[in-house]
Design a protein around this ligand. Structure first.
Ligand SMILES: [Zn+2]
Length: 141
C-alpha cells in the first residue's frame, strides 16, 4: 500500500467532493457487515448527511477524506502549494461546517464517530474503534 497519495489520486479526490460509495466508505461498510452490525445509509434531515446510520442505537459514522475534512496532523491533509489562499479558505469552511454538524447531531442526541480515510487500512485499529463506539453487534440495528 503506497503511503503517499499520487498526483493522479489527489486530483481524483479533488474532483469528488462528497461522492457516495467511495472506496473508503465501502470498505467500512464491508467491515461493519462482517462484524454483524446493521445500518442504514440514508436518513432524511440529519445534519451533515452522515454516511452510515444506526437508527436504533442513535449513532452515526462519517467516513472522512483526510484532505477535504482536514484530518488534524495528517500528511494527506496538507494544503496545496499553489492557490494556497483559495484552499485554506475552502477547507476551513469545510471544517467549520463539520463542526457545526457535529454539534447539531449531538444536540439531537446522536452519537458520532469519524473514521478517517488514512485509518482504514489499519484494520485492527478501525475494528476496535467501531466496536468501542457501537458496543456489541446484534442489538437489532
Ligand atoms: Zn488522515
Amino acid at each position: 500500500m503506497a503511503d503517499r497519495i499520487s498526483p493522479a489520486q489527489r486530483s481524483a479526490n479533488m474532483s469528488r467532493i462528497k461522492g457516495r460509495d467511495t472506496r473508503p466508505e465501502l470498505h467500512v461498510r464491508h467491515l461493519l457487515h462482517a462484524l454483524g452490525y446493521r445500518y442504514v445509509l440514508h436518513m432524511a434531515g440529519l445534519p451533515g448527511t452522515p454516511d452510515i446510520i444506526f437508527s436504533k442505537r442513535r449513532k452515526v459514522i462519517f467516513v472522512h477524506g483526510c484532505f477535504w475534512h482536514q484530518h488534524d496532523g495528517c500528511r494527506n491533509a496538507r494544503i496545496p502549494k499553489s492557490n494556497t489562499i483559495f484552499w485554506e479558505a475552502k477547507l476551513s469552511r469545510n471544517v467549520e461546517r463539520d463542526q457545526q454538524n457535529l454539534e447539531k447531531l449531538s444536540e439531537l442526541g446522536w452519537g458520532v464517530l469519524i473514521i478517517w480515510e488514512c485509518e482504514i487500512d489499519k484494520h485492527a485499529h478501525t475494528r476496535d474503534k467501531i466496536t468501542r463506539f457501537l458496543g456489541p453487534p446484534r442489538l437489532g440495528s
